[in-house]
Design a protein around this ligand. Structure first.
Ligand code: FES
Ligand SMILES: [Fe+2]
Length: 366
């Protein structure tokens, strides 16, 4: 007989929290565990929606979801970015789709039209006074490092404040100055946590990525970073034979010129910053064994040839394909009642995984 949810939470609290042990299979396939994560971890977290320079000009927008809530992310006339509910106040149609530039949003159902700050501008044949103060809900959002984050929780700590310790360790890379190149939206067949763990684990680099990453960032050179209550990270040092990047922020130290830093902003955003390229993956679970991934790539160069852009995209597509295939192969093992969790490797290799589990368990138990 399977354990109750309470028994499972008690088990991971005793066996995994602070113990450098991975989580048992039940945490990766049970619907009730995901529901608990949504209630305790995901709904109360900051989530990355994309990059601020995806929408550089007034009225530029893109649509997305935040934990299944339709969202409309738009640059206002005041230069600020707003995250609006993309659900018409009349009868729930999406007021915008895809991305583009708009001077207002006209609902495709009955033509209610909204300003780019979300206020209702007009509603055909409906008395104006009935709709006074009608507005698309504005979702709490913050920009950090050039990323747009949003949360459904109005009470949690400011994102920028919670990431001060991370900011100190990566600020020289000047992420906020990097230039958006492209993003991709995909669905991966794995639990959302498996993807976080995999991205944050330096232990697998040489094994899963023998051609793409081992020559550049071999497992044996991985090093810990300082973690905090809202983040974890590690340093992937470059092999001696790896060439120096051609362009990078002038602030980088000699060490940083030969390092990528990989970090997770809890709960569900992971990123890799190198001297010339930033790649992030923003995750939203779609059931216990599927995760929606928006991943994007930015570069340090203000101008870069189409060929070089394509080459960096293809490099990361290859890395992601290797990870995606590996993660898909875990699904049977993570259904196994016999898999009760295992010993994690030392801190420089899997300390981030242990940090993530500690964060998760603490949040679930709150
Ligand atoms: S649902 Fe939008 S105008 Fe009716
Ligand atoms: Fe990987």
């Amino acid at each position: 007989m399977s354990k109750s949810l309470k028994e499972l939470v008690d088990e991971i609290s005793v066996n995994c929290a602070g113990k450098n042990q991975s989580l048992p299979a039940a945490c990766y396939h049970r619907e009730d565990f995901l529901a608990l994560e949504k209630a305790k971890v995901l709904n109360g977290g900051w989530h990355c929606l994309g990059r601020a320079d995806e929408i550089p000009g007034e009225g530029d927008f893109f649509t997305t979801t935040l934990l299944n809530e339709p969202m409309l992310v738009v640059r206002g006339g005041d230069g600020g970015i707003r995250v609006l509910s993309n659900v018409c106040r009349h009868r729930a149609a999406p007021v915008a789709s895809g991305y583009g530039t708009a001077s207002g949003f006209r609902c495709p159902y009955h033509a209610w039209t909204y300003e780019i700050d979300g206020r209702l501008r007009s509603a055909p044949l409906v008395e104006k006074k009935l709709l006074k103060n009608c507005q698309l809900p504005v979702i709490r959002s913050e920009c950090w490092g050039g990323f747009i984050f949003a949360t459904l929780d109005s009470s949690i700590e400011s994102l920028q404040h919670s990431l001060i310790g991370l900011e100190e360790q990566i600020r020289n890379y000047r992420m906020e100055k990097m230039h958006h190149v492209a993003y991709f939206e995909e669905t991966w067949e794995c639990n959302w946590k498996s993807l976080v763990e995999n991205f944050m684990d330096g232990y697998h680099l040489s094994v899963v990525h023998p051609q793409t990453l081992r020559p550049l960032t071999p497992t044996r050179l991985c090093q810990t970073m300082e973690s905090g209550p809202a983040f974890t990270g590690y340093i992937a040092n470059y092999a001696k034979s790896a060439p120096l990047r051609k362009r990078y922020s002038k602030l980088l130290t000699e060490d940083e010129k030969r390092q990528s830093k990989l970090f997770c902003v809890y709960p569900a955003m992971v990123a890799s910053i190198s001297p010339d390229t930033l790649v992030y993956l923003a995750l939203q679970p779609d059931g216990p064994e599927r995760v929606r991934v928006k991943w994007g790539l930015s570069v340090v160069e203000a101008r870069l040839s189409a060929r070089e852009k394509q080459s960096r995209i293809e490099k990361w597509q290859a890395i992601n394909a290797e990870d995606h295939a590996l993660l898909s192969s875990l699904s049977q093992g993570l259904q196994s009642a016999l898999y009760t969790g295992g010993e994690l490797a030392p801190a420089n290799l899997e300390g981030t995984v242990s940090d993530f589990h500690d964060y998760l368990i603490a949040a679930i138990r709150r």
